[in-house]
Every structure is written in structure tokens, then in C-alpha cells.
Design a protein around this ligand. Structure first.
Ligand code: SAH
Ligand code: SF4
Ligand code: F3S
Length: 438
């Protein structure tokens, strides 16, 4: 029988990239092989993100354009998964009449059966949550990607309920993968040539906190560091309130742990942080930064910041700007606040005008740009250790990342992929550094 083809479109965070791999595996079981293009596909899956309204609107835009495709290819099946699917469920089928099926973030294991029903002409939606560890057994997680770096999901879901955030509602409760399974997974990744792992979760610091083996995140890092072949360990994302003394000790003692931490602060104002339900103050955050720096003096810190949270005053926004300078972030990802369904903040009066929010965002971006330039320029003349990952920006170039997660491009042979090198940094650009192997 001729293999049918599915084209999977992925939006949003690394968690979705990882889920798309699982969707692909599930659909293979239903007789569909993945196709890199939509042309000639028998089915399209949109794996969606709902973190801000714009991300959600984009999905409706794409679904609308699918109408044109259906004219040319009336048999095309369309499925929506991911966080918008979880949020909307059956409503999506009502809103989009040419949509065939909707599956939530905990329902990947049901896909083969749902596809069979869709093939038989039924329109189906399944978005029930599975809020315990059995979720992991229903659809075992694999490591994703190939080559020398790999993302390894260590936990799913989030219990933090920051007041603006939809993630706890669309991903469900926190569940950690078992310690021994994770270590086996990373050992086999190392055997296949992986040199750097990024331990992935919405809130990695609370890894294992509900588990019965009592193994926390810091002990996971220490055990991963014992694996032969793994040279570098990164993680994403950690919540500032959960940065623990054992984790800080890892920065002092575990050489393989990279000199970078993404530590989203969201705001520099205590009143706004409290309204966001973040569970720390500006001073508490700065104290953790100081302890991290004492443990690892060359650590580079990146952050996420929300601009224009309901009621944020000009002064409170200035507190975010001054915090950016005080910490000296090498990079920040900044977002204009977007009200999300079900969240607590959605009930607050969003009083700040859009023009004002954009103006604040631009000021923040300008400040960060100059800070990034300043920090990157200070690296010129130094030797930074990089792990070579692949082809660089220009012809004949290769690229790697420094321990602090800065991209370094340099002339060199692709034979160096997978090796650690120590180029001399000769130039700092806005988004990367230029190095030389001498
Ligand atoms: N679990 C991670 C990442 C969450 S999503 C963490 O806690 O850091 C990534 C970023 O999107 C968040 O850090 C936040 O800055 C931003 N974000 C989340 N919800 C948002 C909203 N409603 N409006 C604007 N930005 C939002
Ligand atoms: Fe969202 Fe907060 Fe959880 Fe991050 S920690 S996913 S911002 S609720
Ligand atoms: Fe988006 Fe869902 Fe990730 S809302 S950021 S795809 S967890």
C-alpha cells in the first residue's frame, strides 16, 4: 500500500518541537510518513502555541489559507494539536468548519484512533488531561534531534500559575520523568555522538520534587556530568524562586555545567512581581544573581521581561530598565503583555495604551542592544571555548556556542563538528562573535 504523507507545522517553544517528534512517531503507526512540504501531503497537522494572542491569531490565519488548499486537494485532512487545541477543544471544530480533528497536549497517544475516525469522515476533539505520571508511560519521551547537541525533556507541565500565563492551563500539572530513564536516555545519546545536552522543562528547578525517589534537579545535573562523552550541560527554563543552594553549588563544582543561566525576571518592580504571582522580590532576585556569580564568576545571564502588565506605571517600567542594567543581562527576550483566557491577570483592567506599550518596548530593546554590544565587545581579545555545532553564517565558516551561550562564527573545517575548540575572539557583532583558530 502506498504510504500516506503528513506535513507537521510546529509553532511555539521547544516543548512543541519535541511533541512534534512524538506526533510524527504516532502517525507512522497510523500509516503516515512525515513530509517536509505540504505539497502532495494527505494530512496537515498544526502543532500550536497560545502563549500570546498573536501566536493564536497566526493559527487562525493559517487555517484560513488552508481553505484554498482544500479546493485543489479536497481529501486533505487537517488536524490541530498543541496549546491552542488544548485551550479551545471542541470550540475549534465549531469555529473552523473545514477542520477534521483537534487533540490536546496530553492526547498524543490517541492520535492513531482519531486519525482513523477522521478518515471515516468524523470530526473529533479530545483534550482530556492526565495529571499523573501515567502520562509519561502512555507516550514515552524520546530525546530529540541529532548531531552534537540535544534537548532532553526532563519534566512537563507547570504548577506555578503566574497570573499572566496560560501554560499551566494548557500543559497541566508538573510531572517529572524518572531519574534512571533519563540517565539511560542521555547515556545512549552520548554513545551516538551527542556532546551537549539541554535539560528541558517549563520549570526545571522543581524536577523530581514530587517524585518518590527524592532526586532533585541538582543531583540530576551531577549524575549527567558523570556520563562519559557528555562535555556540556545546559538547562531551560528555571524559575528564580526555586534556585536552590544545591543548584548554586553545581555552578561552583560541576565543570561541565555551562556558564549561562536563563533566569526570567519578568519585571523589576516589586508591586508588579507580586501582581504577577512570581514569588520573589527584586532584592531576592538580585541576591540569587549575586550568589550565582560568586559560585561562577564568568556566568552570563539572560532573561524574559513583560512590558505593560496591567497597571504598570512609568516608574515601575523604569524599575525593569534599571534591573536590566543592574544585573547586566547579556540578552533579554521582551514581550508586550497579552491577556490570556482563564488567567487571573485577564480580569485586570488593561489600562495602558498600545502606543505606550510599544514605546516602552522600544526603550527596553535599545537599552538591551547597547548592553549586549558592551558585554560582547569585552570578549574581544579573549579565548572562548566553543563546541563546534555545524556550518557557520558565511561560506567556509563553522559555528559553535561558548559556554556562556554566545554564538561564535569562524573559518574552519566541518571535520571539527563535535569538538571543543578555543578560538580567539576578534570581533563582536550584534548577534554573534567572530573567532579565529590560531
Ligand atoms: N516557563 C518558562 C517560560 C514561559 S513562556 C518561564 O517561566 O520562564 C516564555 C515567556 O513568555 C515568559 O517568560 C514570559 O516572559 C512570556 N509570557 C508568558 N505569558 C505571557 C503573556 N500573557 N503576555 C506576554 N508575555 C508572556
Ligand atoms: Fe508560565 Fe510562570 Fe509556569 Fe513559566 S513558571 S510556564 S511563566 S506559569
Ligand atoms: Fe506556547 Fe504552549 Fe510552549 S503556549 S510557549 S507552545 S507550552
Amino acid at each position: 500500500m502506498l504510504q500516506k504523507k503528513v506535513h507537521i507545522m510546529t509553532y511555539g517553544c521547544q516543548m512543541n518541537v519535541s511533541d512534534s517528534e512524538k506526533i510524527s512517531t504516532a502517525l507512522r503507526g497510523a500509516g503516515y510518513e512525515s513530509s517536509p512540504t505540504i505539497d502532495g501531503a494527505d494530512m496537515v497537522i498544526l502543532n500550536t502555541c497560545s502563549i500570546r494572542a498573536k501566536a493564536e491569531e497566526k493559527i487562525y490565519g493559517i487555517l484560513f489559507t488552508m481553505k484554498g488548499r482544500l479546493k485543489k486537494n479536497p481529501g486533505l485532512l487537517i488536524g490541530v494539536g498543541g496549546c491552542v487545541a488544548q485551550q479551545e477543544g471542541e470550540r475549534l471544530l465549531k469555529k473552523v468548519p473545514h477542520l477534521n480533528f483537534v487533540f490536546g497536549t496530553h492526547n498524543l497517544h490517541l492520535l492513531p484512533e482519531m486519525v482513523r475516525q477522521a478518515e471515516a469522515g468524523k470530526r473529533v476533539a479530545e483534550t482530556s488531561f492526565i495529571d499523573d505520571e501515567s502520562r509519561l508511560d502512555l507516550f514515552p519521551m524520546q530525546s530529540e534531534g541529532s548531531g552534537v547537541t540535544r534537548f532532553v525533556t526532563i519534566m512537563q507541565g507547570c504548577d506555578n500559575f503566574c497570573s499572566y500565563c496560560i501554560v499551566p492551563y494548557v500543559r497541566g500539572r508538573e510531572v517529572s520523568r524518572r531519574f534512571s530513564e533519563l540517565l539511560d536516555d542521555i547515556r545512549s545519546a552520548a554513545d551516538s555522538g551527542v556532546r551537549e545536552v539541554t535539560l528541558l522543562g517549563q520549570n526545571v528547578n522543581s524536577y523530581g520534587s514530587k517524585g518518590d525517589d527524592g532526586s532533585g534537579f541538582a543531583s540530576l545535573i551531577r549524575d549527567v556530568a558523570e556520563i562519559d562523552g557528555i562535555e556540556r550541560i545546559r538547562f531551560m527554563t528555571s524559575h528564580p524562586k526555586d534556585i536552590s543552594a544545591p543548584l548554586i553549588e553545581c555552578y561552583a563544582e560541576v565543570r561541565k555545567l555551562c556558564s549561562h543561566i536563563h533566569l526570567p525576571v519578568q519585571s523589576g518592580s516589586d508591586r508588579v512581581l507580586q501582581m504577577m504571582n512570581r514569588g520573589y522580590t527584586r532584592a531576592g532576585y538580585l541576591e540569587k544573581v549575586a550568589r550565582l556569580r560568586a559560585a561562577r564568576p564568568d556566568i552570563l545571564i539572560t532573561s524574559d521581561i513583560i512590558v505593560g502588565f496591567p497597571g504598570e506605571t512609568e516608574e515601575e517600567f523604569s524599575d525593569s530598565l534599571s534591573l536590566i542594567e543592574e544585573v547586566g543581562y547579556v540578552d533579554t527576550f521582551s514581550f508586550i503583555y497579552s491577556p490570556r483566557p482563564e488567567t487571573k491577570a485577564a480580569a485586570l483592567h488593561d489600562s495602558i495604551e498600545s502606543r505606550e506599550k510599544h514605546e516602552r518596548l522600544n526603550r527596553l530593546l535599545a537599552l538591551q542592544k547597547s548592553l549586549t554590544a558592551r558585554i560582547q565587545s569585552s570578549m574581544v581579545g579573549e579565548r572562548l571555548e566553543i563546541l563546534v555545532e555545524g556550518k557557520g553564517r558565511d561560506d567556509g565558516q563553522i559555528f559553535g556556542r561558548s559556554s556562556g551561550s554566545r554564538i561564535v562564527n569562524l573559518q574552519g573545517s566541518l571535520d571539527l563538528v563535535g569538538t571543543l575548540q578555543k578560538p580567539l575572539i576578534v570581533k563582536a557583532m550584534q548577534n554573534c562573535l567572530l573567532g579565529e583558530l590560531t
